[in-house]
Design a protein around this ligand. Structure first.
Ligand code: PMP
Length: 362
C-alpha cells in the first residue's frame, strides 16, 4: 500500500487511522454481523453511532446546550438557500460580508429568498484582506449577518469574529476551517459546513444552530429544508447519509483521542501553515497575495514567478507523491490545502520539493 500526500481542497485527506478503523469495521460492525451501510438508521446500533458522533462534536467544540446540531444533506451550497428560508420568516434584510467566491455564491442564492444588503466587501482590495470591524455597515432591518470564515479558493481567512448585537444572528459558513481550532460557538446564531474537508466524507452537512432561531422559517420552506423539522427528528426525518455520519464520528473520535482536542489541532495547523508560508516568502520564485493576518491556515494559494512552469510543477509534484496542488479551476495557479488530516510530514515534503524546484528552474 502506498498512500501519497493529498493536498486536495475537498473532498480532502482523511486521517489514516480513521480509514483503517472503517476498513476493519467494514464487513461486521462491532459483532453485529453487518456493515454500517447496511443498518437501519432507526436501529439501536446506528442510533448509538449517531449519538456518539454528536456527543464528541459537542465536546470538541464545547457547544452550549441551547444549540442544536443538525446532520443534514445537500452540501454547504444548499445552506445558501436554507438560511434565508429559515431565518427570513419575520422579513428583514439578509446582510452579507463578501470576501470571495463562496460568499458571493451565498449572496446570489440569498437574493432569491430575501432582500439582501452588502454589509462589507473585500472587492476594493482584490480579495486580499478581510474588512475591518469598522467597515461592516449593517442595514437597519437586518435578519442576520452572514460571512465566510475561510474562503477556500482565495485562501482568505477571518482573524476575528464580527461583533453583532445580541438580537442579530451571526451566520458563518465554516466549511473549510471548522474544527481546525477552538471557536466560541456562543458568538454565533448559525454555523454550517459541508463535511468533505475537516469533518468526513462528502454527503453530510453540519448545521449548529441556536435553539431560538428554529422557528423563523418562511412559510414556503420545503419540509426537508426546515431546521425545526430536522431538529425535532434528531436529523432523521428521512434517511440520513448514515455512512458519512459514521465516518464523521470516527474523525471526531480521532480529534479527541489521538490529536488531543482542538487546541492541540490548532497548534499543529499553525506550524504547518507557517512552514509553507515561510517557504513561499523566502523564495522569490513563489508568491501569495493575501495580507498576512488574513492568510488562510487551511488553503494556501500560491503562484510561480514564471507561470509557464505551472504544468511542470504539478507534474513533478505528482511524481514526487504530492497530489492535488492545482489551484481552483476558476483562478488557476497552485493551492495546497492543509486540513487537519494532512500530516506535518506532508508539508515537510512539499516545502522540500518547492525549494528543490525553485533551485532547479529559478
Ligand atoms: N463554502 C465553502 C467555504 C466551500 O469551501 C465550499 C466547497 N468547497 C462550499 C461552500 C460549497 O460546499 P458544497 O460543495 O458542500 O456545497
Amino acid at each position: 500500500m502506498s498512500r501519497l500526500f493529498n493536498f486536495c481542497a475537498g473532498p480532502a485527506a482523511l486521517p489514516q487511522t480513521v480509514l483503517e478503523r472503517a476498513r476493519d469495521e467494514m464487513l461486521d460492525w462491532q459483532g453485529r454481523g453487518l456493515s454500517v451501510m447496511e443498518m437501519s438508521h432507526r436501529s439501536e446500533a446506528f442510533i448509538s453511532i449517531a449519538e456518539q458522533a454528536e456527543a464528541d462534536l459537542r465536546s470538541l467544540l464545547a457547544i452550549p446546550d441551547h444549540y442544536k446540531v443538525l446532520f443534514m444533506q445537500g452540501g454547504a451550497s444548499s445552506q445558501f438557500a436554507m438560511l434565508p428560508l429559515n431565518l427570513g420568516g419575520q422579513g428583514g434584510t439578509a446582510n452579507y460580508i463578501y470576501t470571495g467566491i463562496w460568499g458571493q455564491k451565498a449572496i446570489q442564492e440569498g437574493q432569491r429568498y430575501l432582500p439582501t444588503h452588502l454589509a462589507a466587501s473585500s472587492e476594493a482590495n482584490g480579495l486580499t484582506r478581510v474588512p475591518t470591524p469598522s467597515e461592516i455597515q449593517l442595514s437597519t432591518d437586518a435578519a442576520y449577518l452572514h460571512y465566510t470564515s475561510n474562503e477556500t479558493i482565495g485562501g482568505l481567512q477571518f482573524d476575528y469574529i464580527p461583533e453583532v448585537s445580541d438580537d442579530l444572528p451571526l451566520v458563518c459558513d465554516m466549511s473549510s476551517d471548522i474544527l481546525s481550532g477552538p471557536i466560541d460557538v456562543s458568538r454565533f446564531g448559525v454555523i454550517y459546513a459541508g463535511a468533505q474537508k475537516n469533518i468526513g466524507p462528502a454527503g453530510l452537512t453540519l448545521v449548529i444552530i441556536r435553539e431560538d432561531l428554529l422557528d423563523r422559517a418562511q412559510a414556503q420552506t420545503p419540509t426537508m429544508f426546515q431546521y425545526r423539522v430536522c431538529a425535532d427528528h434528531a436529523s432523521m426525518y428521512n434517511t440520513p447519509p448514515t455512512f458519512a455520519w459514521y465516518l464523521a464520528g470516527l474523525v471526531f473520535d480521532w480529534l479527541k483521542n489521538e490529536v488531543g482536542g482542538l487546541e492541540a489541532m490548532a497548534q499543529i495547523n499553525q506550524r504547518k501553515a507557517a512552514r509553507l508560508y515561510h517557504t513561499i516568502d523566502t523564495l522569490d520564485f513563489y508568491s501569495n497575495p493575501i495580507a498576512k493576518p488574513n492568510r488562510s491556515q487551511m488553503n494556501v494559494p500560491f503562484r510561480l514567478a514564471d507561470a509557464s512552469l505551472e504544468k511542470t510543477f504539478l507534474k513533478e509534484a505528482e511524481a514526487a507523491g504530492l497530489l492535488n496542488l492545482a489551484g481552483h479551476r476558476s483562478v488557476g495557479g497552485m493551492r495546497a490545502s492543509l486540513y487537519n488530516a494532512v500530516p506535518e510530514a506532508a508539508v515537510d515534503a512539499l516545502t522540500a520539493f518547492m525549494t528543490d524546484f525553485a533551485h532547479k528552474w529559478g
